[in-house]
Design a binder for this molecule. Structure first.
Ligand code: 5MM
Length: 341
């Protein structure tokens, strides 16, 4: 495979393909496993992630890359094959989460800044040696209008960190996924999500230009423009699509090859339906696809429940979600396909 950043980025958003976000940190995967009554151990985490990347047909057809966590990129499958080799054998590109998580932002109670820049150059060199060709860094922007959150300072600090991370990735021959996540928690209307997301994206691209990041070798992983989970009025897919694309047209340069959404707490079908609606109003200047964690994995986790006997059922559930999102990435999904044999 080509080592040019532009080519790697293009492969990450190949037609009908998207990313599997399997980079839950140890605390987050424990929460997911708690919900299905599974103890979170290095082996259970390995078994679970192995079953997904061994869903060969769906991986080949629908998944361009897998975002891994530091523990996972070093793990072998039960038969001793490195997980990273199983991923590569499906044609997918291994990627790695390199941020160290969102920590309290000093001086701004209730706000967070993502850490992990110290030692990043060395970590990226190691991951590149292991075969990772893209990375991910997630900035968390909460909305709490009554408390004037987010502050301009938290947006500026987080977007600057994303740009420093992106520049280091490109130096290492790794495509940076830049993920400025404006959270769905709260009762704010969709218009507030639009405005905050716009402020974050405009700042992000200003910072990326400032630090000489080549946009052609980057991928954006944003939230959709959507009302807060507790908002009285929830927008339908057409409105979400129209407002999301309206925002991107204002704030995301056409030099960016691809935009892959996070699911952010949407249900599995909702995330698919909204992605499909976005692509149904295309063509767009960028490829628009998915980089889902929960919205690709929830049904598979429930079907698995930590039991070897359920692996085939879990793989079937994962394959179904991957195929639905593959169709949504092409704008060809229909609700009836959710139940079609
Ligand atoms: C898979 O979850 C990722 C890791 O989160 P933690 O660092 O908190 O464990 C997360 O960054 C994820 O990649 C994105 O939020 C997208 O996942 P969702 O579930 O929102 O699609």
């Amino acid at each position: 495979m080509s080592e040019r950043l532009e080519d790697i980025a293009a492969a990450m958003v190949a037609d009908g393909k998207g990313l599997l976000a399997a980079d839950e940190s140890t605390g987050t995967i424990k929460k997911r496993f708690d919900a299905i009554g599974v103890e979170s151990t290095p082996q259970s985490r390995r078994d679970y992630r192995e079953l997904m990347v061994r869903t060969t047909g769906a991986m080949r057809e629908c998944i361009s890359g897998v975002i891994l966590y530091d523990e996972t990129i070093r793990q072998n499958a039960a038969d001793g094959t490195p997980l990273i080799d199983i991923i590569k054998a499906t044609g997918a590109i291994p990627g790695i989460k390199v941020d160290a998580g969102a920590k309290p932002l000093a001086g701004f109670p209730g706000e967070k800044v993502t850490e992990g820049l110290d030692g990043l150059r060395e970590r990226l060199a190691e991951y590149h040696g292991m075969g990772a060709r893209f990375a991910k860094w997630r900035a968390v922007i909460d909305i709490d209008v009554a408390k004037s959150v987010p502050s301009g300072a938290s947006i500026a600090t987080n977007m600057h960190a994303l740009a420093r991370y992106a520049a280091l990735c490109q130096e290492a021959g790794i495509v940076p996924i830049v993920e400025p996540e404006v959270m769905m928690e709260g009762d704010h209307p969709i218009e507030t999500c639009f405005e905050i997301s716009k402020a974050a994206l405009l700042r992000l691209y200003g910072e990326l230009y400032g630090l000489r990041v080549r946009l052609e070798g980057t991928i954006l992983k944003p939230n959709m423009v959507i009302a807060g989970k507790k908002a009285a009025r929830q927008a339908g897919p057409e409105e979400v699509a129209e407002k999301t694309i309206g925002l991107f047209r204002e704030a995301v340069p056409a030099a960016v090859p691809g935009i892959v959404f996070l699911s952010g707490g949407q249900s599995e079908v909702e995330a698919t339906e909204n992605l499909n609606a976005v692509n149904a109003i295309g063509p767009h200047p960028w490829k628009v696809s998915f980089s889902y964690g929960r919205a690709l994995q929830e049904a598979a986790q429930k079907a698995w429940g930590g039991k070897a006997a359920n692996v085939a059922a879990a793989q079937q559930a994962f394959a179904h979600r991957a195929r639905m999102n593959h169709l949504a990435a092409l704008g060809q999904w229909r609700p009836s396909l959710e139940t079609a044999g």
